[in-house]
Design a protein around this ligand. Structure first.
Ligand code: LLP
Length: 438
């Protein structure tokens, strides 16, 4: 006897509801699902599946919406490169006036390669190596966010040998629970990130006395996929209190990096509102004479991308796709919900029944959705896994020797391939077999 089919507690949003909540998507009788003005079937015909498709026009709109919300503040958006580091994506944001928040030398080099000026790059991260710090100082980036006393000493020593002064912000850990998934919360005392709030003032004063660094301000980032504003307000208030205390001691504080973390609506939950976020920033820091920075990733790119897949076969309640957890790991890693929509308008009209949408990889965790209400999907049918623009392709692996999927970028009615499908040969191209195993 087969196990009972798990059914979601709440009714899944209908396909019409999912599309209505995403203005960059539309469903057309002939063309099926369209991203901006490009039918996704046309991209899948050309590239095969699985493949990623991103919308540049949607990225631009979202960046502009965030910038408009911040208007009137001395605020700069630093796009968190980790969310989607493709050069074309970085170029879109660079042209839109964004800087970059990077967490590795690789991300810094990508940002520079995409044309983001060093003066618009901030380097964050809990374990920057000496080589990365040196590279950042040589590139002359705007700021390094320091996460520990040991790192501060390292930066000072390296900068002094290079004859440079590093502009640093101390990333404080405000001990605020952002109420998000345990694997992506970063602002609680027990998380590895930042400098304990209570230690920050003394460390800032110490930084001011070091030869190679100049402390310019504070930074914080409390977590990711945050939709409530209360944790931000609490964290900002703690930072503001610290800035006042530092200034009272005669220390200069000119910058505040407010972090990222703005959440999006993956299912039917309300997304974070840029206006509400900007309101929280304004309410706390607006009149403190600070240069402000924000560093969102997911909110800017998440909704703009889809992962296209085809049904390989149907086996009872399981719909097996040609995309897998190696392509999009979020459901397996965080039990994340990603909406799934058929590309065909006709299919979308049919009555939905609960199915499990899985990949072909040899692990039960290779499951995109359980008990998801979807219309019948036959072998060969195509689906789009939505909201895959952030933490999608960047987190892919080649597990099961599955080559990295290609990527297309749509811009209005134009589209181009921005990454070819990796060849099988490329999978082992940098491997060698030593003689002693012959
Ligand atoms: N700034 C710092 C210092 C960060 O650590 C992060 C994300 C961001 C900015 C951007 O956060 P966002 O605005 O994108 O939420 N892989 C996970 C998300 C990990 C986020 C890590 N840090 C996921 O797929 O949900």
């Amino acid at each position: 006897m087969s196990a009972p089919l798990p059914v979601s507690d709440l009714a899944d949003p209908s396909i019409a509801e999912l599309i209505a909540a995403r203005p960059h998507l539309s469903l057309h009788a002939q063309d099926g699902l369209v991203l901006e003005d490009v039918p996704l079937n046309a991209v899948a015909d050309a590239l095969g599946t699985p493949c990623w498709v991103y919308g540049a026009g949607t990225m631009r709109k979202r960046l502009a919406e965030l910038q408009a919300a911040l208007a009137g503040l001395d605020a700069q958006v630093h796009y968190a490169v980790k969310a989607n580091d493709h050069l074309a994506v970085l170029r879109v944001f660079a042209r839109g006036g964004a800087g970059a928040d990077v967490v590795s030398e690789g991300e810094m080099l990508r940002a520079l390669e995409a044309g983001i000026a060093p003066g618009h790059i901030v380097f964050s991260g809990v374990g920057k190596t000496a080589a990365e710090i040196r590279a950042a100082l040589e590139a002359g980036i705007a700021q390094i966010n320091v996460e520990s006393p040991a790192e501060l000493e390292m930066i000072s020593a390296i900068a002094a040998t290079l004859g440079r002064t590093a502009h640093v912000a101390l990333r404080i850990n405000p001990d605020v629970d952002a109420g998000t998934h345990a694997k992506i919360t970063t602002g609680r005392a027990e998380d590895k990130f930042g400098i304990a709030h209570g230690d920050a003032a003394a460390l800032y004063a110490h930084a001011a006395s070091l030869p190679g660094v100049r402390p310019v301000g504070l930074a914080l980032h409390i977590g990711s996929q945050i939709t409530a504003m209360a944790p931000y307000r609490a964290a900002f208030a703690r930072a503001a209190e610290l800035i006042r205390a530092l200034r009272a001691r005669g220390l200069a504080v000119s910058r505040m990096d407010c972090g990222g973390g703005l959440g999006i609506g993956y299912r039917d939950e309300p997304a974070a509102s840029p206006a509400a976020f900007a309101g929280a920033v304004r309410a706390v820091f607006g009149d403190m004479g600070l240069e402000l920075m924000v560093e969102p990733g997911r909110w800017l790119v998440g909704p703009t991308g889809v992962l296209l897949a085809s049904v390989v076969l149907v086996k009872g309640r399981f719909v097996v796709l040609d995309a897998a957890m190696n392509d999009l790991v979020r459901p397996a890693m965080y039990d994340a919900y990603h909406a799934i929509v058929p590309l065909s308008a006709a299919a979308a009209q049919l009555p939905a029944t609960p199915v499990d949408i899985v990949g072909p990889i040899c692990e039960s965790g290779d499951t995109f959705a359980r008990g998801r209400a979807l219309p019948p999907l036959a072998a060969g049918a195509r689906v789009a896994i939505l909201d895959a623009g952030a933490y999608g392709a960047v987190m892919s692996s080649t597990y099961n020797a599955r080559p990295a999927a290609p990527i297309a970028l749509v811009d209005g009615s134009r589209w181009a391939v921005i990454r070819a499908r990796q060849t099988h040969r490329a999978l082992w191209g940098n491997e060698t077999v030593p003689e002693f195993v012959e």
